[in-house]
Ligand binder design. Structure first.
Ligand code: NAD
Length: 495
């Protein structure tokens, strides 16, 4: 019964973390204003969070600067490593509450958040290892005599992190963990649609011994707190995940102070199913490449290119699979497809479900909102497969961020590579083929930051992830991620 879950939410959010976190203190916005955090599954009010503005961002940046230049800079890499490992322990102990919060606040099915634990705990432990692996080099030079040159790696400083609502746990940890590993400090602005779990994360980190000012969380709106952070002269680096349009606004705002920027943006990722694919294995993976988290994932494989010989059979089976998915509240462990985050996003999806058929696409399954008992208070959509899509249709060009697959046949590999790459985005791609040569050829020719062959979705703390083209620049994961938070200093010594 939802009422019980919302009572549970009361208990979860009644602690200090209805407030935001600045300089180790839990505080209200200077304006005193709040924004509502509602459960997208039923519209109920979970809590309110402060509506932080420029003054709050300023206070948070000052706290982050003081910590960066003060006691935090004296921590050894081994102490930072130990802290990350303690944070991982705290997370593991509170994992179910974290997942419950995520599900209540943004609707992600609980089975998915619980299953994500390995990755998020792995992130903390991976960066714990990276903390003690930072090192420079001694470099031979062209100068005669005893002149030595070496490099040292230094943290970039105060990092402003801005994240979307679609994966608050992984999204925030993937920004904070490398900052702790390198010795940076952070001001994090979560999405106004999903701040509660991020505040809970700050609380767990505080409990694990994170010193004051190393992490600050300012809740609030993008145009207020977010813009203030992107423009702030005392922020050294912005790490952003979100839409391409906002990424462009942030890159523009950052030019004023020439702060460094990394952007993880949107996508319209192709999934290519070749004639020789293992259809049995490919059907559920190609379906979930879009339907996971109701399509609200940046890497959604939303353009499904299928070899003409198998196109009709394959799309029919994907449609059958889609129709078998269970729609419901995320807290029900049987739910595959949870609610859409907001009315605004739901209207956007509904717009594509109208324009697709208007432009000539056929609805193979789904095609509209899901209604029925228990779904009244939220925005739910049927997992949808559109057939007869052509490259020019809006459903084939624009990021829908909902459970909609646009299926299209192809004839040759050269043709499908050209069509798959004919998008401003370059975040991810999937290839299904049992032929080694075909798989390699496609993987190398697709312009995307991640290509999965005979699988999809894999993201790992040790493996770099990020976009090409208008899907952004910079990488998260792997040693590449550490580079984003480090500067190089050359030191010359005349002995
Ligand atoms: P969004 O761009 O609207 O918002 C993202 C964040 O930016 C939010 O915290 C928001 O408050 C803030 N923001 C908005 N305007 C701002 C401004 N002018 N200045 C500073 N901050 C501002 O995106 P969203 O709707 O929350 O998320 C969906 C988008 O995120 C999709 O396009 C999706 O593809 C993308 N995404 C990308 C990745 C990735 O890793 N590439 C991951 C998840 C989501």
């Amino acid at each position: 019964d939802m009422k019980d879950w919302n009572a549970e939410a009361e208990a979860l959010y009644d602690g200090g973390f209805r407030r935001m976190f600045i300089g180790g203190q839990w505080c209200e916005a200077r304006s005193g204003e709040v924004i509502e955090a509602r459960n997208p599954a039923d519209g109920s009010l979970l809590a309110t969070v402060p509506r932080g503005g420029a003054a709050d961002v300023d206070a948070a940046v000052s706290a982050a600067r003081r910590a960066f230049e003060g006691s935090w800079s004296k921590w050894t890499p081994f102490e930072r490593q130990a802290l990350l490992l303690r944070i991982a322990e705290r997370f593991e102990a509170e994992w179910e509450d974290l997942c419950l919060s995520d599900t209540l606040d943004m609707g992600m099915p609980i089975q998915r958040t619980l299953a994500n634990s390995r990755r998020v705990l792995g992130m903390l432990r991976f960066y714990a290892g990276q903390a003690v692996a930072i090192h420079g080099a001694t470099i031979p030079n062209s100068f005669p005599g005893e002149i030595y040159s070496q490099t040292v790696r230094e943290p970039v400083g105060v990092v402003g992190a801005i994240i979307p609502w679609n994966a608050p746990i992984a999204g925030s940890v993937w920004k904070i963990a490398p900052a702790i590993a390198t010795g940076c400090t952070v001001v994090l602005k979560p999405s106004e649609e999903a701040s509660l779990t991020v505040l809970m994360i700050a609380r767990l980190m505080q409990e694990a011994g994170l010193p004051e000012g190393v992490l600050n969380v300012v809740t609030g709106l993008g145009a207020e707190a977010g813009a203030a952070l992107a423009e702030h002269p005392d922020v050294d680096k912005i790490v952003f995940t979100g839409s391409t349009a906002t990424g462009q606004a942030i890159a523009r705002a950052a030019t004023g102070t020439l702060k460094r920027v990394s952007l993880e943006l949107g996508g319209k990722s192709p999934v290519i199913v070749c004639r020789d694919a293992d259809i049995e294995k490919a059907v559920p993976v190609a379906a979930m490449a879009v339907f996971a988290n109701s399509g609200q994932i940046c890497i959604a494989g939303s353009r499904l290119f299928v070899a003409r010989e198998i196109h009709d059979e394959f799309t029919r089976r994907v449609a059958e699979y889609a129709a078998s998915l269970r729609i419901g509240h995320g807290i029900d462990t049987g739910t595959d497809i949870g609610p859409i985050i907001s009315a605004r996003q739901a209207d956007r999806i509904a717009g594509f479900l109208a324009s697709g058929p208007e432009e000539g696409a056929q609805v193979l399954t789904g095609g509209g909102r899901a209604t029925g008992a228990g779904l009244e208070g939220g925005h739910f959509f049927q997992p949808t497969v559109l057939g007869g899509v052509t490259d020019g249709m809006s459903v084939a060009r624009e990021e829908i961020f909902g459970p909609v697959i646009s299926a299209m046949p192809f004839d040759t590999l050269d043709e499908v590579v050209a069509r798959a790459n004919a998008t401003p985005y370059g975040l991810a791609a999937g290839v299904f083929s049992t032929h080694l040569g075909t798989a390699h050829k496609l993987a190398h020719r697709l312009r995307a930051g991640s290509v999965w062959v005979n699988m999809y979705h894999a993201i790992d703390p040790a493996v770099p992830f990020g976009g090409m083209k208008m899907s952004g620049y910079g990488r998260e994961g792997g040693t590449e991620h550490m580079e984003e938070y480090l500067d190089t200093k050359a030191i010359w010594i005349n002995a």
